[in-house]
Design a protein around this ligand. Structure first.
Ligand code: PLP
Length: 401
């Protein structure tokens, strides 16, 4: 059977990681992989996570199964983190949450639910969107289409083109939205644009599926949740997939949650029973460790305070780097305006150089980013900002377009 299978072309990001590792140059800069890095270039275990983990190990007396929907305390704490403690959908008992293996698991589970409810549904994703959205969502059998989003000349959102495209969708179409820190572009919707989008989604009776993988790394935990909170308060149905990989630094622990807002408590209960059924058929039980850590942090005032400080430190570092890189690029590449990088949010920016220039950066200057010119801002360090800006200046002048 397997002799008939053809080898898959490896994911370019894996090739980039391997090339970076193999590069012996001491000045090499990794802006490829999408993980947070501190000023030393490390992705450390957060102190709040370490503390919660030690307490967990000390008190845990069994490794028996928890439940297909996961840790109930974690699910509730995550719903409150995403929506805010006194959110009207919570008060109205319209929110149901299940734990999932990472934001990816939550995205897939949400797609499976949509497919179970209405198999012909089309999911509309932004142009561009995170590359893994395609296999995660289309893998459930749903069809994917795209709507205009990123505006290369301004580094912002083509909001008019976006809304014009969404305005043409039939009722029941699903729109995948990034809550904040859009991956791969860093271009986010403003609060006014979220409000305008809400009116459109209501009028056209679309179903928003919100992907929230970076809460706290943009403008703050509350500010980054503006869109999801607004939509969940105002719409009859919303799906929201949440990842704890970045803001808790729990990448490999596969920790995430899916939140469903139903029209009524009864409809939400029925949907939850379907989510549990679907989860049983995919992973049966989600991994416990990361969720137990997150629950430990969010339910303990002092640990929560420590975690809030750690998220704020990550956010401040990214925001600071954005401003500093703009300044350095202004000094070294005055012929080109990179000011948009300062207005974008989260770890990523499309810096807008050509694939040939990306290659030249890699081959001549040991600076690694993906061919579409997405850079992970957190991969920069104060000590190599100038090196990076100088390398950019050289490829802008020398490399073919
Ligand atoms: C936009 C987006 N959504 C979801 C995820 C899910 O991440 P994970 O499954 O590691 O929690 C990521 C991770 O990079 C992401 O960038």
């Amino acid at each position: 059977m397997f002799e008939r299978l053809e080898a898959v072309v490896p994911d370019p990001i894996l090739g980039l990681m391997a090339a970076f590792r193999a590069d012996p140059d001491p000045h090499k800069v990794d802006l490829g992989v999408g993980v947070y890095r501190d000023e030393r270039g490390d992705t450390p275990v957060l102190a709040s996570v370490r503390q919660a983990e030690s307490a967990l190990i000390a008190r845990q007396s069994t490794k028996t199964y928890v439940a297909p929907a996961g840790n109930a305390g974690f699910n509730q704490a995550m719903a409150q983190l995403v929506l805010g403690a006194a959110h009207p959908a919570l008060t109205a008992d319209r929110v149901r949450s299940v734990q999932a293996p990472g934001g990816c698991g939550a995205l897939r589970l949400g797609a499976e639910l949509i497919r179970a409810a209405a198999p012909d549904t089309v999911v509309h994703v932004s142009t561009p969107t995170w590359a893994n959205h395609t296999p995660l969502l289309a893998g459930s059998g749903l069809r994917l289409e795209s709507y205009p989003y990123f505006d290369p000349p301004t580094g912002g959102v083509q909001f008019d083109a976006m809304t014009a495209a969404l305005e043409r969708l039939p009722a029941g179409a699903v729109v995948l939205l990034h809550a904040a820190c859009h991956n791969p572009t860093g271009a986010d919707l403003s609060q006014a644009q979220w409000r305008e989008l809400l009116a459109l989604v209501k009028r056209r009776r679309l179903l928003p599926f919100i992907d929230m993988a970076y809460q706290g790394l943009g403008d703050g935990l509350d500010a980054d949740a503006f869109g999801p909170r607004l939509f969940c308060a105002e719409l009859p149905e919303v799906l929201c997939a949440v990842s704890c990989s970045k803001n808790f630094g729990l990448y490999r622990e596969r920790t995430g949650s899916l939140h469903l807002i139903g029209e009524s408590p009864r409809a939400a209960d029925a949907a939850l029973s379907q989510l549990v059924r679907l989860a049983r058929g995919i992973w049966s039980m989600p991994p416990d460790h990361g969720a137990a850590i997150v629950h430990g942090i969010l339910s303990d005032e002092s640990l929560r305070g420590r975690w809030l400080e750690e998220v704020a430190a990550m956010r401040r570092r990214i925001q600071g780097l954005r401003l500093e890189v703009v300044q350095q690029l202004r000094d070294y590449c005055p012929q080109r305006d990179f000011g948009f990088i300062g207005g974008q949010r989260g770890m990523f920016s499309f810096c807008g150089i050509t694939a040939a220039q990306v290659r030249a950066l890699r081959e001549r200057h040991h600076v690694y980013m993906t061919d579409d010119s997405r850079m992970n801002i957190a991969g920069l360090r104060r000590e190599n900002l100038e090196y990076f800006a100088r390398a950019m200046a050289q490829v802008l002048v020398a490399a073919p377009k």
